[in-house]
Design a protein around this ligand. Structure first.
Ligand code: ADP
Ligand code: MG
Length: 421
């Protein structure tokens, strides 16, 4: 097939039923179809999957998709299969497959039926699989959640470091890396580690104009402060993040006795309770989930109206991801963080048991959070600058949506606050 003759809008409609590309999708897809190494940075929900799914479906050969989570891969494979009449159009290759299943996967790839092959990075290192993949046409390799390759990302996976070496054995195939992690340091790491500094980079804006950012000094009255805040947002959905399971339990209880419908969520609860509490939140049987960071991955509730950080997050990256769960529908989303330097020291102590290199990264990331909490400039500008994005804090979209802009501190107040800490 001559790629110049492909009408990708028609293919988009045919396979996905969408009449328009979202954001930079079209440019990304054209770059990949032109066999260029391509790097995509888009916030969560930006539509990254389609950037490799569509090119895979309309090209000869099989695209290899590397993804860190088995559950995520299974979801995607199911979604792709539902678009096609052939089950073999997408497969997962992992250690849980039987010999018969592996034989079927290989057969479907060899016959040209399989357009997308999802693999976990550790499976891809298997000699046997590499040897097989060398014998079949590969359209391209997609590395989803590419930040896993960087120690500066929030989810470092050492297996991702071997990918470059393996991809090279597959011959001269284009690579597309995708991530929602926007920090320049992580981006640089990704390009270097995948040996694709020549890649064409597509970066979407990370600005969330409907989110209001606020930081309050953490005092011993924090619990009544939170209760007051929630009562001012009566009946609205919200998430409260705490550092420890114990704190999660304690806050959930305090809220309950104050007549607020709230449930706890953390990894110490059994799977059934966790699922129940998550469903209650999604079905609006409760207003508030008090949670550790275990809560939120893959949660897509459009009308979360506030995200409160009872304790400061470990990096601005995490803060952006966690607050990003507010206002997905474009409506109000209030992001409130409580800050005290004592919490910073607590987190630092937490990290002191870790290897030195990890500690250094942890401290550096934490210092950025401190700077964000203490700044008197536009918080949105600060956050976006951290992601390498210039934001015009006068005319930019959402420019007035933060406490520092709405109620600028006088110099005396600002100094006063520093002394108090
Ligand atoms: P990401 O991986 O960037 O977080 P996803 O690939 O999961 O995002 O896509 C997020 C949502 O956007 C999905 O529900 C997907 O179906 C939808 N989507 C993607 N592309 C389009 C499009 N062109 N038109 C409408 N919806 C789209
Ligand atoms: Mg994704």
């Amino acid at each position: 097939m001559n790629l110049n003759e492909i009408d990708i809008h028609k293919e988009l409609k045919k396979y996905f039923g969408f009449s328009q590309f979202k954001g930079l999708q079209e440019q990304v897809i054209k770059s990949l179809l032109n066999k260029q190494n391509t790097f995509v940075i888009m916030p969560t929900g930006g539509g990254k999957s389609l950037c490799y799914q569509l090119p895979a479906l309309i090209q000869e050969g099989t695209a290899i998709v590397v993804s860190p989570l088995i559950a995520l891969m299974k979801n995607q494979v199911d979604a792709i299969r539902s678009l096609s009449s052939e089950n073999g159009v997408a497969h997962v290759l992992n250690s849980s497959l039987t010999k018969t299943e592996i034989a079927q996967v290989k057969k479907d790839i060899t016959s040209g039926l399989t357009k997308l092959l999802y693999v976990a990075p550790e499976s891809l290192t298997k000699e046997e699989y590499v040897a097989f993949l060398q014998t079949v046409p590969i359209s391209f390799v997609a590395i989803d959640e590419a930040h896993c390759i960087s120690e500066w990302g929030h989810d470092f996976r050492p297996e991702y470091r071997n990918l470059k070496h393996i991809i090279k054995q597959l011959g001269d195939v284009p690579i597309i890396g995708l991530t929602a992690t926007a920090t320049p340091k992580v981006q640089e790491d990704i390009l270097k580690n995948l040996d694709m500094t020549d890649a064409t980079t597509f970066k979407a804006s990370f600005n969330r104009p409907n989110l209001y950012y606020e930081v309050r000094t953490k005092t011993k009255n924090i619990e009544s402060d939170i209760i007051r805040f929630i009562k001012q947002h009566k009946g609205k959905s919200g998430i409260i993040y705490c550092l420890s399971r114990k704190k999660v339990e304690a806050i959930a209880e305090v809220l309950q006795v104050n007549g607020i419908s709230a449930v706890p969520y953390h990894a110490g609860l059994d799977a059934k309770t966790r699922a129940k509490h998550q469903d209650m939140f999604l079905m609006e049987d409760v207003d508030v989930v008090v949670a550790t960071i275990a809560f939120g991955m893959g949660i897509d509730k459009p009308d979360v109206r506030f995200v409160i950080h009872h304790d400061i997050p470990k990096s601005l990256e995490s803060y952006y991801q966690e607050t990003g769960r507010a206002g997905r529908d474009g409506g109000e989303g209030h992001c409130l963080a409580y800050y005290s330097y004592k919490d910073v020291e607590k987190l630092e102590k937490f990290m002191s048991g870790k290897p030195v290199a990890e500690q250094e990264i942890g401290f550096a990331l934490l210092q950025e959070v401190v700077a964000y909490a203490e700044t008197s400039m536009s918080r949105r500008r600060f956050l976006l600058h951290y992601f390498g994005e210039e934001f015009d804090d006068v005319n930019g979209e959402g420019a007035d949506m933060d406490d520092n802009i709405r109620n600028p501190k006088t110099k005396v107040e600002a100094i006063d606050q520093v002394v108090k800490l």
